[in-house]
Design a protein. Structure first.
Lengths: 428, 428, 428, 428
């Protein structure tokens, strides 16, 4: 118990799957961590797995600013002031800047009280501000804010509903975000294939975020398989994937050896640069496919299958090819646009683009992260995304298994009823 | 011995520290790897550590294209055609594109024969083309080539001199690029401090390439120490370092706790976004320092000490702050410009920017790469940079040791003679 | 909700810090995971941080064996049958073997009901059986059981009290078992020094479990510092630590170079073997110290300071020296004996011995695990020991910091009152 | 160039593939590293890939002891004194101890000159002493030496022939010990299958050294496949593999779930201990198979197929089961015995047993090391075994691919001629 008297207090409330989602523990931890004390005024534990729990809590701190801070930090756990008022908004006076006390969003579902009504915030993502336009509340990035915008400030009239991982849902159930290389990958792959089918059944798109390791590890052929099975709607990547893919396609023999040997061919950089030169001479990937310069490979299949792809530039790019979006602000916007209606994201061996995508997603879109390096999986899972499912394994072998699993999954559903059991390949 | 008759042959020559730099083995390996055979026509091993060795070798292959390929792959090992001709050049007819048989550079010292004279290539870097302008030969990136440029093509008249790591040089000697976490860091730190002093003595600059982990691990205070000691000329990084640094500076208390606990504060993203908002409202870092918004931190010290800094954008950036160069082509140019006259690069926990910088450097600029993840160190060392010295350790503790070691190194040289023994801090 | 009717049910109860220790969530998860359903009959949430919570729960399953299984799995979470009976015991009829339905212990505090009285189990450790002797209940390893022993079987009359990590305790507070290399080590080191002092204040011993990396990374000198400061009571290790330590002591020059260079000296194995030969010729470590063969090093200091050390053999041992306990059953017994009265364990870069020790400890002895490889820290933390505090950092630099921190800690307490603030060095 | 005059000199000679095996560079490096200088008196480079190179070298040092040290360190690189004498031997006067200047072996092929004749050392392994018995020279471990044995001392009359990796051999060719997770595993698996067949063709055995991860990652079924295909002659492991295997076999359902979920079942330790109890009650693995207690699993298949298995104890063992050899000296002897006539060793996810086995092998037995953790692969490769082929990948998926690849390899050879192309399964 703290030594300082705790003179400032407030009453907060929360409801939901407070135990299952660990909100209750997080709320208590936060109060103690911030040097406060608490008293449970009322707690009703949901009697069954389906019932909500309800909490009313008095929190006490030593100073008024400490109380303010604490209340702000409790908000992401679904803990809101008991007395309800409208959200405070202020008008900005400078492009790209907002008042000091602006509310910075989490990626959790958020409601804002406007004119007495709770309105769900649109385009939910983390690290955004909420702009009120008419009766709507919309997430905007700082740089998108314009002078004159009405921005939500302070803490009143804001409610966050932390995502709850339903243990009984077949797709998500029991896939935890525990990170271990000592697990049976084949079991996990089956679950991911099922998750892909369920995503499609919900009318949502599937996005892959892929690094060049997909090509290096021999996963390209299996990724092409997935594209042909209709399992890939969106491909988010960078310059390197496209270049390595083209390099393999254009310099078959020598890179065949490379892929066989698995070791970097000294002098192989020539092929790399020639591939870039060839694509740029053809005016980019689509041109290179049209003119027959590129005949095989992941990017060729994307063009043919109408997969939406966005290649974001990075400081380590060679070239880059003309398709690469070199301005990262523009690249972020293009990524975000491509992620609309995406219901599942699979990140393959790319921490850079994976974190980029993670920043843009609301908490309810599950992310599967596959990498042979446990540190990458941990880092992606740590970004506050409770939705991340980590898999520490070889990406090439993983894609081999996934292509088989998706094909089997589709096969077993063939001739089945429409709707619930539509095979993954049928987009419409 | 291959079964196919080896009818096509050529005679190549090489000279240098062929044994010490492992060129001899690499040359033999490459011939066998490509299915060829070889015969040593002449080999003279340097009798002492200081003498060059000389090799004349006949290589044989089954087909003419295989011979051409092989000769191209031998070039980076300093193996050039025995008969000497001028380099072939062709004029480009399209901006950003070059003839198919263009010569793609390595990062090794390269000479091109123009009008009977061997000319050293300027601005040497890897993955570039060589443009001949008057009697000069200059590295250009593909995207910098303009229609009408004369570009070196084919293999004739090109000589590569692989960097040789002199075992007797005090600075470099015995620091291998072997990667292990099971070594005594304190010994390595002393060597790096000496390497820094020698760099300064040669009249060269020292560049740090740093990720935000420098701040997370508590290394910020020690890095500031190094800046104040005059040990940092150039800082290459991204948006995240500046933002985390500002966040710590602006929200001392709460981030003090964060730094103490070492764990992400849920809700800490607010501080992150507020730091961005504050900097951008002040018009950027320099403005924020001038106006007193930012009073402490790595970036403040950079501004005060006149350290050249470039922040490159990336797809995962929050904000970004207005100082961040969001277009990566422009960012690469700014990085490359800042690296002029740099004689030593120290990469601290950032694979992304580290690889970016590695791509830009000639082979004779040593790179020290410090990371707690051996995979990152290995990856940077694998980029064909024989000059990389890897150190697997905790970056915060490393900076603590380095700041002490640089101070001691300077102290022990105080009052010493000018020139050879000038302390690190004295830039001029 | 499961499709199968849930006809079999039981009522269980639990009390404690059910929310803070995440027991509540774990209980619910386990029921659902096993295909059961639950209904909360009664739940009283502790109103303050200090009050216990109480739960009464009805669980339902489809079959009787499933119910039995579920109840068994709920036991480790402190969930016991509502109706209380004495524990069932059976007499064994074969040495080293027990009845099929024997109760296998966790490392959590356990009580067994004997003759209507709840008796705390002695020598608590995981993977043991409980033998009832007179009115006492004692943990025994399988191999220690003798024909005629009365062994606790089934589930009745057993209560487990999961360890609760008190967030307000100064020593443990806010040191989580989160694993990250991106944290400030210096802050953690201060906490560990405090934890060491508190351990000593509670009259408990401090044990180090150390691998040879302690010597390789130059940590030996600092570890010696800790021994001299009286901070080491027990050293548990293997043959390699003693041999590498002796090697460094005996072949100073050459190994000085080795330690400087940080790279394995080819031919260094000679020194290794000569060290073993020298120690064994002297009749072991104590003999080698007495006869002056060994003059410096970690083992010499252990002998001088009266530190209890046990070296356990392993399949990869060279030699081994005669001090090494080559039979692992005997080595485990010696380890376990040395761990009596130990209140804090610090594991330095040795997964093998670290796991060995982890298996022997009750859950209430905190374990600090320091390793540069996050996978090792994760693995030790995953052994079900909620008490593990992980630190991913360089072991050599860590020991340097720890020696400083312990010295400062002792210094700041000098002249202070007896008892609560006794400096770490004062064992009595 | 060193400042001290180099007054002491000796002439040494070496012959072999000095360039390809990097001996030449290593010899020069070692001289400089030890502060010496050298002069090449004669060097003849093999003119083709098949010809040996020959070197005569004068080395100079400042002191006589430094010269002695240097000559000793040059020995492992095949560099021997030019003037040839018989090896010096001394008679030991104490069991387990030898004279101070004893020669400590490497794992390279070694000859000793006895009575004017060069005799090849038998049972070659590293860290041994050479005992002369009659006209024979045999490796003995220190602990095996008995008073009265004649032990080789000093440096005269000893020649080491470093293993040379022949680039043109189909099996070994181009499989380097470079460690990377960014390679195509499927290509490597094909090579390993070929290596297995070639091993069998040479009349040699294949040994697997396996950790329990084989079971955790679902690789058990595929490993059983390999046993049934006759691809496993020897299995070296520890207690854990056998226990986890039995646990899976005995508690199918619940462990089925475990293997599916890939996460540790809290409470799963019961099954672990029950498996141990069941095996020990049956008198061990063979008894448990005979009595039908164990019906499936890796160990069952080993018993049925007559695979030689040795389980070595370790400090972290639970139980252990009675089959485990708890004394590690005895376990090492049993391992070494099982490794006689083994021509290929495949290490699956076990650093402990892998290093143990590596210590016992001569340099000409190739070792394939498969682990998802690159640090383990690096560590095994660093043990001075140039023969180690590292593969960073998922062990479960690797075994799946290997079982397929071995089956295909056998299939494609069916009906073929005897001898050279005998399928892998035919042991005789």
């Amino acid at each position: 118990m703290p030594d300082t008297p705790q003179l400032h207090s407030a009453v907060v409330a929360a409801e939901g799957h407070l135990v299952d989602s660990q909100q209750l523990k997080a709320i208590f931890d936060k109060v103690i961590e911030r040097g406060g004390t608490f008293e449970v005024l009322h707690f009703n534990l949901g009697r069954t797995n389906d019932e909500f729990s309800k909490l009313t809590l008095r929190v006490n701190t030593a100073t008024a600013p400490a109380l303010e801070d604490l209340l702000e930090e409790l908000l992401p756990f679904g803990c809101h002031p008991f007395d309800v008022q409208d959200a405070t908004t202020r008008v900005t006076d400078q492009d790209g800047c907002v008042p000091d006390d602006f509310y910075s969003t989490t990626n959790q579902r958020t409601h804002v009280r406007i004119g007495g009504t709770w309105v769900e915030v649109e385009r939910q993502r983390m690290d955004a501000v909420v702009v009120v336009v008419g009766g709507r509340a919309i997430c905007r990035k700082l740089r998108e804010v314009r002078a004159g915008d009405r921005v939500v400030c302070g803490l009143e009239g804001i409610r966050v509903t932390p995502e709850f991982r339903d243990r009984t849902r077949a797709d998500f159930g029991f896939m935890t975000n525990e990170i271990s290389s000592e697990r049976r990958v084949e079991a996990s792959v089956g679950r991911i294939a099922a998750l892909m089918r369920h995503t499609r059944q919900r009318g949502k798109k599937i996005a892959f975020v892929a690094g060049p390791v997909v090509v290096h590890t021999g996963g390209g052929a299996y990724f092409i398989d997935l594209i042909r099975q209709g399992a890939v709607d969106v491909l988010l990547s960078g310059n390197a994937l496209a270049v390595h893919d083209a390099e393999q396609s254009l310099f078959g023999t020598s890179l065949g050896v490379d892929l066989e040997a698995g070791t970097p061919v000294v002098g192989g950089h020539r092929h790399h640069m020639r591939a870039i030169n060839a694509i740029n001479a053809a005016g980019g990937i689509t041109g290179a496919v049209a003119s027959g310069v590129l005949k095989t490979g992941v990017m060729v299949e994307c063009v043919r299958a109408g997969v939406t792809f966005v290649l974001a530039g990075s400081i380590r790019d060679d070239g880059p090819i003309v398709d690469t979006v070199t301005d990262i602000v523009q690249a972020q916007d293009r990524y975000a646009e491509a992620l609309q209606d995406v219901g599942l994201v699979i990140v393959l061996s790319t921490m850079l683009h994976g974190i980029g995508v993670g920043n843009m997603l609301p908490a309810w879109v599950p992310v599967v992260c596959v990498d042979i390096n446990p540190a990458v999986v941990t880092k992606l899972a740590d970004r506050g995304s409770s939705q991340t499912i980590g898999l520490v394994t070889d990406v090439g072998l993983f894609l081999h298994q996934l292509a088989i699993s998706v094909a089997e999954d589709a096969g077993s559903k063939k001739g089945g009823a429409v709707g619930e059991d539509a095979p993954l390949g049928s987009k419409s």
